[in-house]
Ligand binder design. Structure first.
Ligand SMILES: Cc1cn([C@H]2C[C@H](O)[C@@H](COP(=O)(O)OP(=O)(O)O)O2)c(=O)[nH]c1=O
Length: 231
């Protein structure tokens, strides 16, 4: 009688995240990477700020959905009234559950994770906020899984605004409703993201004069070079 083969542990999945200011093209690239990985025969999931499903767990999915509603589905007056410290901690709660309940189990099962918008932009926003210590913001995100690749899409705020066309109050740091308020705030956030970039091995791409295909090709080349993932 032959012994049953021991169960094999799948190779750990890779976590790839896209960062950049509002309008840089993060969601566009994340969606395309997700689709291409699956088309190429890999198993990948796309996670963003509207993903609330915890696989095969209705109860936890419902709980994560309630947290998502608290963090993302609230009106501007509620947002303003609760204040910056509250939103930092609420966002930390959101990223913590996303990491623990969805990202870590997926990676352990060999599934690649495309994370549209990790916490880096939140950190950048808080680093330019004089009312909240930057160290506190760094600490509340310090336990999250370190991505295998961070793709930083660099574009000036003015160009990002031309692409987007419109913006929300949050996207001006609640500093006003004029185009200049968006540009001033987002350029400060961009400078902060550049500082974070110095610390880690981010793939930094100046997307100002690149179309979607060119950005995708650059990202795909990095996945092949750095993570041996061919798409
Ligand atoms: C990538 C890209 C996006 N866009 C548009 C599509 C969207 O309306 C807007 C923002 O793109 P989006 O991918 O949503 O950016 P982010 O997730 O970083 O905020 O810009 C362009 O006009 N050209 C481009 O090359």
């Amino acid at each position: 009688m032959t012994a049953a083969a021991p169960p094999t542990t799948p190779a750990r999945g890779r976590e790839i995240t896209v960062t950049g200011i509002d309008g840089a093209g993060k969601s566009t690239l994340a969606t395309r990477l997700h689709q291409s990985l699956n088309d190429a025969g890999h198993t990948a999931i796309l996670i963003g700020k509207h993903s609330t499903e915890v696989p095969m767990d209705e109860e936890l999915s419902a709980y994560v959905d309630r947290l998502n509603a608290l963090v993302y589905r609230r009106d501007a007056r509620v947002a303003q009234s609760c204040g910056d410290h509250y939103w930092l901690l609420a966002l930390a709660a959101w990223y913590t559950l996303q990491d623990k309940l969805v990202i870590q189990p997926a990676l352990a099962a060999g599934t690649h994770v495309i994370l549209d918008n990790a916490h880096h932009k939140i950190l950048a926003r808080y680093a330019v906020n004089p009312d909240v210590p930057t160290r506190l913001a760094e600490q509340v995100f310090a336990h999250l899984t370190e991505p295998d690749l961070v793709i930083f899409l660099r574009i000036g705020a003015h160009e990002a605004l031309t692409r987007k066309g419109s913006f929300t109050s949050l996207e001006t740091g609640h500093s006003g409703s004029a185009d200049e308020d968006f540009v001033r705030y987002q350029d400060t956030v961009l400078a902060q993201l550049r500082e974070q970039q110095q610390r880690g091995g981010w793939l930094s791409v100046d997307v100002t004069d690149m179309d979607r295909d060119a950005v995708f090709k650059t990202a795909a080349a990095a996945l092949a070079d750095r993570l041996q993932l061919t798409i």
